[in-house]
Every structure is written in C-alpha cells, then in structure tokens.
Ligand binder design. Sequence first.
Ligand code: PBG
Length: 328
Amino acid sequence: MEKHVDFKRHRRLRSSNAMRTMVRENHLRVEDFIYPMFVLEGKNTKNEVSSMPGVYQVSLDLVVEEVREMYDLGIKSIILFGVPNEKDEIGSGAFVETGIVQEATRLIKSEFHDLLIIADTCLCEYTSHGHCGVIHDHDVDNDASLKLLARTAVSQAQAGADIIAPSNMMDGFVIAIRQALDEAGFTNIPIMSYAVKYASAFYGPFRDAADSTPQFGDRKTYQMDPANRLEALREAESDVQEGADFLIVKPALSYLDIVRDVRNNYNLPVVAYNVSGEYAMVKAAAQNGWINERELVMEKLTSMKRAGADLIISYFAKDVAVWLKETN
Ligand code: PBG
C-alpha cells in the first residue's frame, strides 16, 4: 500500500454530530447567565427600548411578572438597573431607602427567595448631568463620589441585594464599598466589580434604556481607553487587592483578549458583560435577514466562555435558556 504523506487528520473528530459533541471543549449552561433588567418608577408601563428589540423598561408593579418569565426558564440571577422619575446633582435616587432598585429588590426577593439579585452600583442613572459621580470643576470628583457609592451599596444590601456590582470606575471603589458593607454588618455580601470597563461606543443603546447619557463631555476620564491592555491588568490587580470577589470585563465581544488576560492572571470568577451595543447589532442584522440570529448568538457567547469567562451578563439570556432547552 502507498504510504501516506505525514499529516494530521483533524477531520476525524468532526465526522458526526455525536463526535463533535463528545470532543466539545466549552459549553453554555443556563447557570452561566445573568439577565439585566431595567426597572421604572410608575405603574402599568412596559416600554420596549427602541434600540434593543425584546428588552423592556418595566414599572415596579409589572416586575414580578417579568421576573417570573425568566425564572421559569431557569435563569437564577439578575442585575438590576433603575430608571427614576427624578434626578438631581448628586444622584440621591441611587441611595435613598425608597429608591427604585431598593423597592424592586425587596419586591422580587419576597417572591423569589433563591433568585440572586445583583445591584448595579452607580450614580449615572440618577444624576441630572448623567455622570457616574459628583461633579466638581467639570469633572467627576473621585473621593466625593466614593462616599455616595458606598452609601448606595449599603442601601442596596439593606434592601436584600445578594451581590453588589459597582460600575462607576472611581479609583478605590472596591475597598470603599467593602469597608462600608462590613461596617454595616454585610461581611458576607460579595462584590462583583466592573474591574475592567472601557469607554465604549457599545454602551449607546443602554444609555437609551437607562436614560443615562452624560449631558456634557464623556466618560473618558474614568472609563478606560479601548487601546489599552496592560492598564486592564493594573485595574484588575487593584480590585483583587481591595477585595473584589468577581471581576467583570466590559464590553465582551471586542475585548475577549482582555477576558483571557484576566482569566490567566487571577483566580476569581471572571464575568463578561455582553453589552447593549453587541445585542443591538445582532438584532439589527437579524431583522434584515442578514445573519442567523440563533447560531450567531450561540457562537459569540460560546466564544466568551472559550476566552475564559465563567459567567456572562447578557440581554440574550432568555433566548439562550429557551435554545438550550430545545437542544437538550
Ligand atoms: C453604568 C453602566 C453602564 C452599563 C452598565 N452599567 C453604562 C455606562 O457606563 O455608560 C452599560 C451596559 C450596556 O451597554 O449594556 N455606569
């Protein structure tokens, strides 16, 4: 018999669906997903976000119904964003006891005891100027903002939040929140830090959903430059030292190299935030019939796992839960 030239036959392991399934290295599970929700003050309102088809701002009275849908699909964690009626210079709506996220947390907890509620801890949805902290001399004042952020975290924990997720990118926010939580007796509440958060155009649709567009300037003095990689490791490093329990990388899709870097350098759970713009692009292309939505979504989310993410925050979580059920 003629001797084969020496090459590897990689296709052997791709020969059938059963074979491919057997050798598959990464998987999506419904437990990997955190579903973002936007809660409105007011009654009987469910507004579809125009740039995010299938995503709604839901008023407090309809929130339980909305949560039930995803809970029944097997999703067991949500991240809450508040859309208040009134805003002010310091974002008081973020930390008052009757704030929208605090109310929503109490309500959801009373219905779904084992659902994990993650509170996004930031001021931008609550400030009249739309920045993530207090303004002094046309810029966000780091240390003054930390105090309000810590107050917000404590009030969210008091309302029953299971995890605090600070996203405002002030230096020292993890330690400021850790100390405040500990002093208030919440030593067991973990911090899921938005450790590595870029100043990204991918957040555009979220700012429609959360009504949090800055009224002047941009967020580049606190969120990171998309060109930087080493800086991501410095950001993650300080959050680890300050006591973070989870590290978020955000956005996800064009930052999978950073997800991998963070995974390789730290041993905390890594969370990829599949942000609003990543969702909107897929939806727009799918509505035009240009791509296969289901295949594309599963591919990109699986890529996040492959890059090293343990968890994924995604507006697609409900769709994925349905699709995973269908394929199992
Ligand atoms: C609040 C916050 C933002 C997002 C999550 N938390 C917006 C921003 O920083 O402007 C974006 C999420 C998304 O785009 O899906 N600071």
